[in-house]
Design a protein around this ligand. Structure first.
Ligand code: SF4
Length: 175
């Protein structure tokens, strides 16, 4: 099965990519779509880190469209307090991912946010399923949190850039 895999950053993708090597029945197609990341330099560092990881695995990444923070900021202005802020953030990215999966004819999409112990998994599942239903695809959810340590070991051994905040301007000041 082909799935569109929304990737938030290299470190969060490290363990899922190892996981998929053991699952030849699933082919992930990587898509980096994160207009939430602030500022632009941080966006580029995370993008480049993923490009390096993907090349290490012989994979390609769809990096289109370019940085579009205005989309995220317009949504965020409606609800800047967590946890609703994060729901908005997931919804924006997942609806775009579900749309892209449907456009490409893939039956499902997933996200590497499901690797992170710091993300809100209940909201990820809710918003993932909502977005999937809107676009006639499935939401592929795998709880990759048990691979947290392994993922960090891989990221460290490859010298991937490892950020110390989630991504948005608010989280930059909450660290
Ligand atoms: S804290 Fe993270 S998930 Fe929540 S809105 Fe900011 S970037 Fe998005």
């Amino acid at each position: 099965m082909d799935i569109l895999l929304h990737v938030c950053c290299g470190p969060c993708a490290a363990y899922p990519l190892e996981f998929f090597k053991e699952r030849p029945d699933i082919t992930p197609h990587l898509w980096f779509y994160n207009p939430n990341i602030h500022p632009r330099g941080e966006f580029l560092r995370r993008r480049d880190s993923l490009a390096f990881l993907a090349a290490h695995h012989g994979l390609t990444v769809d990096f289109s469209p370019p940085y579009q923070p205005e989309l995220f900021l317009a949504e965020l202005a409606k609800n800047p307090a967590p946890p609703e802020r994060c729901r908005t953030c997931y919804a924006l990215r997942f609806q775009a991912a579900a749309h892209k999966a449907a456009e490409r004819g893939y039956p499902a999409f997933g996200t590497t946010l499901a690797f992170s112990r710091r993300q809100k998994h209940e909201l990820i599942v809710e918003e993932g399923q909502k977005a999937a239903a809107l676009h006639g695809v499935e939401f592929y959810y795998e709880d990759w949190r048990p691979g947290w340590q392994r993922g960090h070991e891989i990221a460290k051994s490859l010298g991937l850039y490892r950020q110390n905040y989630c991504g948005c301007v608010y989280s930059e000041f909450e660290r």
